[in-house]
Design a protein around this ligand. Structure first.
Ligand SMILES: [Zn+2]
Length: 329
């Protein structure tokens, strides 16, 4: 007993004398990693194989104006309730690569190469991660766009301004195309963010893609097994999809909500990036009531990776329950 105590005291004195962390680097048994593994995740919907490919994330300070009808303190309280840090908001991005057996289809393209440089690699990871997942951008047959915000369309162009998927047909929602390509709408757009979006879309679709796109209509299959569904509000032509094959079915929501915390838990909150916030809220409640009632799995572009889950009603809002990670396909 006495010996043990003396030894323990000697040990404590030694610890006090020596700094816990050596000031110079030492060789550990294994070096510390400085990079996450390439983020992609596969699952099947009937005979179709889905690969969710991360485009990374963007963390920014929580602005007072982030949600137009809730106070910053209320937003912070909701973040804390979800075990998320206060005063910042993280948005995740996850385009899809869908192998239908006959066609290789990409849904949305992420933030693109300029954002990759500007964010020091945090966002704009889509092409690097899809290559890591075994896909060649040249082998993509179709790129389907849900709506014309930068985090969905900027990856259409490579860093030299040429098409990032040179052999793909680019399919865009007809209503979205009409709105953003309308010179009258562009001339009436408020200065700042909206004018910037018009400019960005004109650069991508006119200068980059030379208007070589195929507009698609809602209620029709845009690719094999991929039904386009109207879900407007976030943008005038915002589109979701029902992906189905055999008995498999997934609702690809695009941006019906952003990160479920706090936007599924508080479906009445209006984020500044919803162009028509009242319509976006109506769409959000209609879609989430439907997927909850039908127990239909949802794939969310802005959900934390890999973004597949189920939705249930929870008080006045909804809760998204992530699907368990499946280590096999
Ligand atoms: Zn988005």
């Amino acid at each position: 007993m006495e010996l043990t105590r003396r030894r323990a005291l000697a040990g404590a004195a030694a610890i006090a004398a020596a700094p816990l962390v050596p000031s110079t680097a030492v060789k550990a048994a294994a070096p510390m990693a400085d990079k996450q593994a390439p983020s992609y995740y596969r699952y099947k919907v009937g005979d179709i194989q889905v690969t969710v490919v991360s485009d990374g994330k963007n963390t920014s300070p929580l602005l007072d104006s982030f949600i137009t009808n809730a106070k910053k303190e209320e937003v912070n309280a909701a973040l804390e309730k979800a075990f998320l840090p206060r005063d910042v908001f993280t948005i995740y991005f996850a385009p899809l690569v869908i192998n239908t057996g006959g066609k290789l289809v990409v849904i949305d393209t992420g933030n693109g190469p300029v954002a990759n440089v500007n964010s020091k690699g945090a966002a704009g990871q889509f092409v690097a991660n899809m290559i890591a997942a075994g896909f060649d951008p040249k082998a993509v047959d179709m790129v389907v766009i849900s709506h014309f915000h930068g985090d969905h369309v900027n990856g259409l162009l490579a860093s030299d301004g040429t098409p990032a998927f040179p052999n793909a047909e680019v399919l865009v929602p007809a209503t979205e195309w009409k709105f953003w390509m309308d010179d009258g709408e562009m001339s009436r757009a408020p200065a700042g963010r909206m004018q910037g979006l018009f400019k960005n879309n004109r650069n991508i679709f006119e200068a980059g893609l030379k208007k070589q796109v195929t507009p698609y209509e809602w209620g029709k299959e845009v690719a094999p097994g991929l039904l386009a569904v109207e879900s407007v509000g976030h943008t005038p032509g915002h589109t979701s999809y029902v992906l189905s094959s055999g008995s498999g079915k997934v609702f690809v929501q695009s941006d019906v909500t952003n990160n479920p915390n706090p936007f599924a838990t508080n479906p009445g909150w209006h984020a500044f990036f919803d162009q028509d916030a009242d319509v976006a809220e109506k769409t959000r409640r209609r879609v989430y009531d439907m997927v909850a009632a039908e127990k239909l799995q949802v794939q969310g572009f802005h959900y934390p990776f890999p973004g597949l889950g189920n939705v249930e009603k929870d008080g006045s809002g909804y809760r998204v329950i992530p699907a368990p990670w499946n280590p096999t396909i």
